[in-house]
Design a protein around this ligand. Structure first.
Ligand SMILES: [Zn+2]
Length: 252
């Protein structure tokens, strides 16, 4: 009897997994950089550009239909890299994706190599990230680059990086500039306890916030009253030990 129950549950779990896999998904918080240096990423894109940015294929395999990739353009004079050339390498990598059809600029598929309607299709858009450690002028350069690249799929600006470094006041002029230009803004917020900065971010009232793990009750009340959508990643928060367990996660 118990064996039959277990078997039934296993089938049920498998069916649930399959159902979850088949669900169309939207992914709004993916760092292209991950944990590797930007210069390394640039080399990878250059050297493997013929195969495209494989991350895109992985998301499409999970039936993600809309993917927002965020990446931090950087200058690296020693490697002859500018923010623009870095972003061009990313665009080239997206154009070269071969396994799935990628719509990355809203102007049709970039690689209609196959007319096979069974091929997976994924919409990819880009957010340019400002690193919290950047100077104001560098952050404004990133915003201007994002504006120039609006017609190739850039939809907004992100603020990210080590939450223990940088001052909100340093990047605020660049974020205001982005807003004036009509670019959407999302902010990594509340990754460490810093109520003063969290309240300043809420004052800015961005289009989205990321993580919001360590908010005070007052911060939460304010966030809920502003109705700002939040990008939450349970596994990221647990892996980075920002939140001790799933049971205690603020998603609930
Ligand atoms: Zn993030």
């Amino acid at each position: 009897m118990s064996a039959r129950v277990t078997e039934t549950m296993e089938v049920s779990n498998a069916e649930l997994r399959e159902w979850c896999h088949e669900l169309p998904k939207v992914e709004l918080h993916t760092h292209l950089n991950g944990s590797i240096r930007d210069s390394t990423l640039l080399e990878l894109v250059k050297n493997h550009g013929d195969n495209g940015i494989i991350v895109v294929e992985d998301f499409a395999a999970d039936n993600c239909i809309y993917l927002e990739l965020r990446t931090t353009p950087k200058n690296n004079e020693a490697k002859g890299m500018t923010k623009r050339s870095y972003m061009q390498a990313v665009i080239d990598g997206l154009k070269a994706v071969d396994i799935v059809d990628v719509d990355f600029c809203g102007c049709g598929l970039n690689n209609e190599k196959s007319k096979d309607t069974r091929r997976k299709k994924i919409f990819v858009r880009l957010l340019l990230s400002i690193n919290r450690s950047e100077a104001t002028s560098s952050a404004i350069d990133t915003v201007n680059l994002a504006m120039e690249m609006k017609d190739v799929g850039v939809v907004g600006i992100d603020l990210s990086g080590d939450p223990t470094v940088g001052q909100w006041e340093t990047v605020l002029p660049a974020l205001k500039h982005a807003r004036e230009l009509g670019l959407s803004v999302t902010l990594h917020c509340g990754e460490v306890r810093n109520s003063k900065e969290i309240q300043a971010m809420l004052d800015f009232n961005p289009e989205r916030l990321g993580h919001v793990c360590l908010l005070s009750d007052e911060d939460w009340d304010r966030l809920k009253s502003l109705v700002i959508p939040v990008e939450i990643c349970l596994t990221s928060n647990i892996m980075t030990q920002t939140i001790p367990s799933i049971e205690l996660h603020h998603f609930g």
